[in-house]
Design a protein around this ligand. Structure first.
Ligand code: UT7
Length: 353
């Protein structure tokens, strides 16, 4: 039995935020952002629009694409590091709002940038175990709530037209290396059991190394503190993720190629057999570096980071959906997925479309 993706969809907020707009509220420039990351714009959610709302939008269109209804789905997996609430996760929100019955269990997983890969592996395991036949898998994140947006949020999404104060500009600039990279968005796929051995997920390899979580994490709020969030933490900027950019970059360009080689070995194929490799969209320079290490030509490595920035658990399902709808992924093609992010978690999967 194999796990086959029968439909996909995306949920993207309507607000397009170009690099130039960020340059109005902090010391950055379109030129810096483009040359260092390849990003030209990202989408920001509206106030009140969380990862659950984006995930539901993506899920609805994935169901339509798969010609499935809510009653056909046996279980839901939602990957996000930015759920609407600290608890419960987004799963129950999807269950209730989309009208799934109570016998549809929901799994909430995190795994940050590798969330979709981990979710795919989990969905495949649930299907192969015979426990569930059809799974709705969602990956969505909203990063804007992390940032100190009292200093210009309304300007970025066109709700206000003013100059930030010098103090606000200086405060935003403290976080510029992170703010410019991230965007809000989500994607979803329907994964189904199939007896067609020619198609579906061929193999997946997951890795975790928690020896340096500080390279990308949220230091300040959490249940080691009593209470878990204080005004002082907020004033210190502790709820904003911290990132050792160069270290994460180094890990990304070495670990993702290793994972792709490992999954190819498991599946008994060559790296050069891959028709399309979908790489987590964190930085165009990382994407190009991974492709180079693997000897894959640019035409086999599509990207959309220029339009969305890094949407964490959203990048792979959004890219997959776009490649299916624009014909870049065709039936029979060998598709690779790879990601690395906070944890560190990373991995790769191979899929026959
Ligand atoms: O999903 C996984 C999560 N994250 C990643 O994969 C991110 C991996 N890392 C990266 O993508 C890159 O390291 C960054 C894009 C974050 C940074 O690029 P970099 O080439 O490593 O730059 P840098 O951190 O070494 O900074 C170079 C300079 C610094 O100025 P000085 O010290 O040389 O004067 C920074 O202060 O660029 C400055 N800088 C900026 N300048 C304008 C940092 N951010 C900005 C900015 N605008 N937004």
């Amino acid at each position: 039995m194999r796990s086959v993706i029968t439909g996909s969809g995306i949920g993207i907020p309507k607000n397009v935020v170009k690099n130039e707009i960020l340059g109005r509220i902090m010391d950055t420039s379109d030129e810096w952002i483009r040359t260092r990351s390849g990003i030209e714009q990202r989408h920001y959610a509206d106030p009140g629009q969380g990862s659950a709302e984006l995930g539901i939008e993506a899920a609805q269109s994935a169901l339509r694409a798969a010609s499935r209804e809510v009653k056909d789905i046996d279980a839901i997996v939602f990957a996000t590091m930015t759920p609407n609430h600290f608890f419960p996760g987004n799963g129950p929100l999807v269950q209730a709002r989309m009208g799934f019955d109570e016998a549809t269990p929901t799994f909430d997983i995190r795994q940050q940038c590798s969330g979709f890969l981990y979710g795919l592996d989990l969905a495949d395991s649930l299907i192969r175990s015979g426990k569930h036949r059809r799974i709705l898998l969602i990956g969505a994140d909203v990063h804007t709530p992390f940032m100190p947006w009292q200093n210009g949020w309304d300007i970025t999404i066109g709700r206000e037209d003013r100059q930030v104060t010098p103090e606000e500009y200086a405060e935003n600039t403290k976080y510029r290396d992170r703010i410019v990279l991230f965007g809000d968005g989500g994607g979803a796929v329907v994964v189904e059991a199939s007896d067609d051995e020619e198609r579906g997920l061929l193999a997946s390899k997951l890795f975790t190394n928690g020896s340096n979580i500080e390279s990308l994490y949220v230091a300040g709020v959490g249940f080691r503190h009593r209470p878990y969030v204080t005004k002082q933490q907020i004033d210190n900027g502790d709820p904003v993720p911290t990132m050792e950019g160069r270290e994460v970059f180094k890990q990304a360009v070495s670990k993702m190629p290793e994972a792709v080689r490992a999954v190819c070995k498991t599946a008994g194929v060559e790296v050069s057999d891959i028709d399309v490799l979908l790489i987590h969209q964190a930085n165009l320079r990382i994407i190009e570096g991974v492709a180079k290490q693997l000897g894959l030509p640019a035409e086999k490595v599509p990207h959309n980071i220029e339009r969305y920035g890094n949407t964490t658990a959203g990048t792979l399902p959004i890219l997959f959906h776009e490649c299916v709808t624009n014909g870049r992924i065709k039936p029979g093609m060998l598709v690779g997925f790879t990601a690395l992010g906070s944890g560190l978690h990373w991995g790769a999967a191979l899929y026959r479309a």
